[in-house]
Design a protein around this ligand. Structure first.
Ligand SMILES: Cc1cc2nc3c(=O)[nH]c(=O)nc-3n(C[C@H](O)[C@H](O)[C@H](O)COP(=O)(O)OP(=O)(O)OC[C@H]3O[C@@H](n4cnc5c(N)ncnc54)[C@H](O)[C@@H]3O)c2cc1C
Length: 399
């Protein structure tokens, strides 16, 4: 059996490697060129996502690139600690949640896939799909046609495959936050006391913006700023310089507790004016021999810290279903029944945490209660402590 995987982000190379492990050949098409490990921002992989990487045999890659971040510490605008959010139980080998530069992870997963013999086609954008009997014929933007037994759309939150499967599929939703990220080389020297603690993200619910920073083992500091505001238009993004963005961000965090102004002033912007989207309920995930996974099917807001981890889980479970079930239809149905409730719950959780980032005094009181009573290891175990077992056999759903 041969699968065409669309997209070489997080889900694409992982799916190709998981399929290979299941005895299915995969070709990956990506509309851009090979990923540049230097360009882009940082994200967290939580233990459930790392466990999925382990199932594909690439956990060591993430461990080599990642910095341990087993907890988020939440702080109010005046400096009062509102609570600590533990990011799940570590894996059996002790690996906790990791913070990783996203393009470094993607590039390393692609390199590993190529080392395992997987075929990648770069600058190859999927445009359309035609189904002929038991095959799919995919047309790329340059007119090339590729034939496979099935097609997996791992093509992100604005997925073209989603619309090919169902022209009425919902679009992603702007969640009301813009996102900025950067790194301050040697920034640890600027920090003192609780701000200098390693192995955590320290996040401040400021008066006008939400700021988080993490001290890397080499003394550099990575940070992000979320601003509750209308979406930024492409032309505004194009004409605004990094210096202007940084001046604006410094003004937004001015007066809040913590090192945000110094870190932003001394830092290099890696992500500027990104409009944050999520994607909740997509009624149709598969049709004929086509299916969507990862952000293409269900994108939690970045506040959830779960998008990449969900994409990794999807890759493993889909490969298991295709390995264990007698035909593509029953494999897709089993996959959906195993994944839908979990991923939609994660998207809802992400939407809630995005909405708590809108400032206000009442909000700070509420947050203290939430982090004391609601966001506890016991209450979040369903998300972070979820584990997959590659050898576990998946069964057909009973009708
Ligand atoms: C600022 C920010 C912070 C985030 N922080 C976190 C975090 O801390 N933790 C976390 O787990 N997640 C985080 N996420 C979410 C995470 O990045 C995504 O959930 C994850 O990348 C989804 O992987 P994916 O492979 O499904 O999609 P993507 O990584 O978006 O990859 C999709 C790929 O498909 C390609 N593509 C699109 N259209 C076509 C086409 N027509 N033909 C061929 N290729 C195509 C794209 O070029 C892209 O390479 C964050 C996201 C953002 C934006």
């Amino acid at each position: 059996m041969k699968a065409l995987v669309v997209g070489a982000g997080v889900a694409g190379p992982l799916t190709a490697m998981a399929l290979q492990r299941a005895g299915i050949e995969a070709v990956v098409v990506e509309r851009h060129g090979p990923p540049d490990p230097k360009r882009g921002s940082w994200f967290s992989l939580s233990p459930n996502g790392l466990d999925a990487l382990q199932a594909v045999g690439v956990l060591d890659i993430a461990k080599g690139l990642g910095s341990p971040t087993p907890r988020n510490v939440l702080v109010g605008a005046t400096g009062r600690e509102l609570g600590t959010l533990p990011l799940g139980s570590p894996l059996a080998d002790g690996t906790p949640a990791l913070t990783i530069k996203r393009p470094e992870l993607t590039a390393a997963l692609v390199d590993e896939s190529i080392r395992r013999g997987i075929d990648f086609r770069w600058n190859a954008a999927l445009e359309n799909v035609e189904r002929l009997e038991e095959e799919v014929h995919a047309t790329l933007a340059d007119g090339t046609t590729l034939t496979a037994d099935l097609l997996i759309g791992a093509d992100g939150v604005h997925s073209p495959t989603r619309r090919i499967i169902d022209p009425a599929a919902p679009p992603s939703r702007y969640v009301g936050l813009t996102n900025f990220g950067g790194i301050t080389p040697g920034g640890a020297a600027l920090l003192q006391g609780p701000d200098a603690v390693t192995e955590q993200w320290r996040m401040v619910f400021g008066r006008r913006a939400f700021f988080g920073h993490h001290v890397l083992p080499n003394g550099d500091v990575v940070w992000f700023v979320n601003v509750p505001e209308p979406a930024i238009a492409p032309e505004v993004r194009a004409r605004t310089t990094d210096t202007e963005w940084k001046q604006r961000l410094v003004a937004l965090v001015d007066g809040d507790t913590g090192p945000a102004p110094q870190l932003i002033e001394g830092g290099v912007l890696e992500l500027a004016g990104d409009n944050t989207h999520d994607l909740g309920h997509v009624p149709t995930w598969h049709r004929d021999r086509m299916i969507i996974i990862g952000d293409a099917a269900h994108a939690p807001a970045p506040s959830s810290g779960q998008g990449a981890s969900m994409a990794a889980e999807d890759a493993v479970v889909l490969a298991q279903c295709l390995r264990d079930l007698p035909d593509v239809d029953s494999a897709f149905s089993a996959y959906e029944s195993l994944r839908r409730a979990r991923v939609e719950k994660v998207v809802k959780t992400g939407a809630r945490s995005s909405s708590t980032k809108s400032p206000g005094a009442f909000q700070q009181l509420m947050l203290r209660a939430i982090f004391t009573y609601a966001v506890t290891p016991k209450n979040t175990a369903w998300m972070y402590d979820h584990r997959l077992h590659w050898d576990e056999r998946q069964a057909a759903i009973s009708s």
